[in-house]
Structure formats: structure tokens, C-alpha cells
Unconditional design. Structure first.
Length: 240
């Protein structure tokens, strides 16, 4: 196993054997719902989770959390449509894009609710949003426990799913990795050289002789602040 993707899934490693076995034959359906629900509700301080974190840290498999899938459910998020690069994106070509005005995820209600008072509809929408936010926070706290053991890490945005935005969401992924506790240099490595090491891709991952000469030039030191990686001033592709 090279990598375990999505912070809402690699927690399945701590569920009991009787919940894991049905997933071998069918990874979807009621058995999967039960397994995910168990993993999400496990307290972040649970001893089994800490042992699992240590197990992951001492083995080869890397974690690819794709925090950006849940960025809009975590505290401190912002309207990503206000990012300069968002002008290049078309919501019509995105899967479940956020609202362009508010930057928040929409929660469409079932057709039968349309006859209800607007206040009731807003209450139902708020209930869905709060449930999603609480679920994201539970997974975030679980990730804090797992990453405290320093497992191998790969940065991936999950674009273009669930409100993620091509390019922009990789920057939010780096931002969240730093918020989780990685240094800016470690977060950058998760998006570059860690891939080369994990998959044996010896032609990329570093600026060095013999490597692919695709280089992003920024104004500022991203090892001091991960926000400096957004100050893009130039792009070199294949050495040109």
C-alpha cells in the first residue's frame, strides 16, 4: 500500500474486525455506512487510535488527507471565489461548487419541503450545515491525533469534488497541513519531494540536475510562511 487517501476514510483502520470484514466483499452500502459512522465517532483520544497512528508512522504507506474537501466546513474558512485565480474557473464545470457570493456550501432541500415556511426551510438547511461542520471537526481532531505520530504525508486537494477548486484548493491543503502542525517546509515537501520518494518518481520532486525542470517562482520564502507560495511571479516549464 503506497497511500491512504481522505481523512474520512483512513480511520477505518481502527474499526473492529467484524465491521471491516464485510467491506472486503462490498465497500459500499449499509456495512460501509456503519463502518464510517463508527470511525467518525471514535473519540480522538482513544488508545486504539493512538496505536494506529504509531503503526502508520512506522510503515511505508503515506497519508493523503485531502483536507480541502472539508475546508468549507472547518473554522476560519473564507470565500475562495475571492481568490484571484478563481476568475479562471467556471462553476458549470465544477462538482457541487460553493456559492459564489457567500463562499458557503449549499444544501438543497427535498422538493417536498418547498411548501414549508421559509423560516423552516432555513432551519433545515442550517441543520444540515451544522451536522456537516461537526462531522468535519470530528475528523479534524482525529487527524490531529494521527499526525502527532508524524506519519508520511502527501498533499492532495481532492479537486474537483465537493466544492474544491482546481489549483486554489491545493493552496488551502498546504495551509491546512501547516495548521495541523507541519512546518511550512514539511508541507511543501508533502506536495513535492515526498511524492518522488513515495512512488519512486526520480525525475521530479527536487530542483536538481537530471530532474524535470518545471519550477514555480515565488516572491518570498515559503519555508518561512506557507502563504508566500501564493505570491507566484513566474513559471518555468521544461526549463523554458
Amino acid at each position: 500500500m503506497d497511500a491512504l487517501p481522505h481523512m474520512n476514510r483512513y480511520g477505518l483502520g481502527v474499526i473492529p474486525d467484524e465491521l471491516q470484514r464485510p467491506l472486503v466483499e462490498n465497500s459500499d452500502g449499509p456495512a460501509a455506512n456503519t463502518a464510517y459512522d463508527y470511525a467518525e465517532r471514535l473519540p480522538p483520544t482513544d488508545a486504539h487510535l493512538r496505536l494506529y497512528a504509531q503503526f502508520l508512522a512506522t510503515h511505508r504507506a503515506a497519508l493523503m488527507p485531502a483536507f480541502s474537501l472539508f475546508f468549507l466546513h472547518l473554522p476560519g474558512h473564507r470565500n475562495l471565489w475571492k481568490e484571484p485565480a478563481a476568475r479562471l474557473l467556471d462553476p458549470a464545470h465544477m462538482y457541487e461548487p460553493s456559492d459564489r457570493v457567500t463562499g458557503e456550501i449549499d444544501y438543497p432541500l427535498a422538493q417536498w419541503t418547498r411548501h414549508l415556511p421559509l423560516s423552516t426551510q432555513r432551519w433545515l438547511e442550517d441543520g444540515q450545515r451544522k451536522k456537516a461542520d461537526q462531522s468535519a471537526m470530528r475528523m479534524w481532531r482525529t487527524s490531529e491525533t494521527i499526525f502527532s505520530a508524524f506519519p508520511h504525508c502527501l498533499a492532495a486537494s481532492g479537486a474537483s469534488s465537493k466544492g474544491t477548486m482546481a489549483g486554489i484548493s491545493l493552496h488551502t491543503e498546504l495551509e491546512l497541513l501547516v495548521r495541523l502542525g507541519l512546518s511550512p517546509r514539511e508541507a511543501l515537501a508533502a506536495a513535492t519531494n515526498n511524492y518522488a520518494i513515495q512512488f519512486g518518481w526520480n525525475e521530479l520532486g527536487q530542483i536538481a540536475p537530471g530532474r524535470r525542470a518545471d519550477i514555480l517562482v515565488v516572491d518570498g520564502d515559503p519555508t518561512q510562511s506557507i502563504w508566500n507560495v501564493r505570491r507566484i511571479s513566474g513559471l518555468i516549464v521544461d526549463g523554458m
